[in-house]
Design a protein around this ligand. Structure first.
Ligand code: PMP
Length: 285
């Protein structure tokens, strides 16, 4: 079925959607994005995604394409027009279309704004049931990974390489420690029984799912340690898992060819997935 997408002020059938060849998102990856899950036609963790979008825009001096109210209305209208029950909404803002120049255009250049839906068949996934096998690769991305830019080439390259080698995904490392997955945050359950995940910095994206899962885990009385962990510690951990708006909480069962514990999805990851989804459904708008 053809989707209706939103492009620079208009809802159009996807086949008719057009952007300029001069769009700076296309020429310079000069843009930011958000992916918001939709469950039962409602937006999950929406305010947090909106807040992160605002921060990404501010960090890059990108003009805002719309007010908060307008963006929420656009999300809802797109859900309605596509009769989206389960899936996600992708939103992208770019610095607009002007003649190619490294120097940013005048601040009043009209930003580009694109939104489209991505349906999914089920809240469950084969990966969540069997767990992911992740490769390990050096983190060669730029130094502002805390901004959600559309500059995803290295993550895409590293994940593609991992897939070619038979893995599901990749965990990236820097200075001997895991930063994050190609498009997800990384965690272990340490031998001491604590949830360990890297603390927020310019080295990783502040995942919206990360913050919701850590909040839920803290409320459930689980111990959390925000600190670096190495590949060796992860391989020897009790459990490993990832979070993202698309994967929710998904267990990792193998890291660089080494099984984590018995090589089966762990109880904690499965419990956190349920906790997260319950709360996501309860608070979706
Ligand atoms: N890290 C990276 C590099 C990502 O691309 C993503 C997903 N966009 C995440 C973490 C997870 O963020 P979120 O929970 O907001 O989807």
């Amino acid at each position: 079925m053809s989707r209706t997408v939103f492009v620079n002020g208009e809802f159009v059938p996807e086949a008719d959607a057009r952007i300029s060849v001069f769009d700076r998102g296309f020429l310079f990856a000069d843009g930011v994005y958000e992916v918001t899950a939709v469950i039962a036609g409602k937006l999950v963790d929406y305010e947090a995604h909106q807040a992160r979008l605002r921060r990404s825009l501010a960090e890059l001096d990108l003009p805002s394409p719309a007010t908060d109210d307008e963006l929420l209305a656009l999300h809802r209208e797109l859900v309605r027009r596509n009769a989206l029950d389960l899936g996600s909404i992708y939103l992208q803002v770019t610095r607009g279309a002007v003649d190619r120049d490294f120097v940013w255009p005048a601040a009043d250049t009209r930003p580009g704004l694109v939104l489209f839906t991505q349906p999914r068949a089920s809240l469950d996934s084969p990966e969540a049931e069997r767990g992911l096998r992740v490769a390990v690769a050096p983190d060669l991305r730029w130094g502002r990974r805390d901004i959600k830019t559309v500059q995803l080439l290295y993550a895409s390259m590293a994940k593609s390489q991992a897939r070619r080698e038979g893995f599901d995904d990749v965990w990236m490392t820097e200075n001997g420690f895991v930063t994050e997955g190609s498009s997800n945050n990384a965690y272990i359950l340490s031998q001491e029984g604590r949830i360990v995940t890297p603390s927020l910095s310019r080295s990783i994206l502040p995942g919206i799912t990360r913050s919701a899962v850590l909040r839920g885990a803290a409320e459930a009385g689980l111990e959390i340690e925000e600190r670096p962990f190495s590949v060796a510690e992860a391989q020897g951990a009790r459990e490993a898992f990832i979070t993202s708006a698309g994967a929710f909480v998904t267990p990792v069962v193998e890291i660089d060819g080494v099984r984590v514990a018995n090589g089966r999805p762990g109880d904690l990851a499965q419990r956190l997935r349920r906790l997260y989804l319950d709360e996501a459904i309860r608070t979706a708008i």
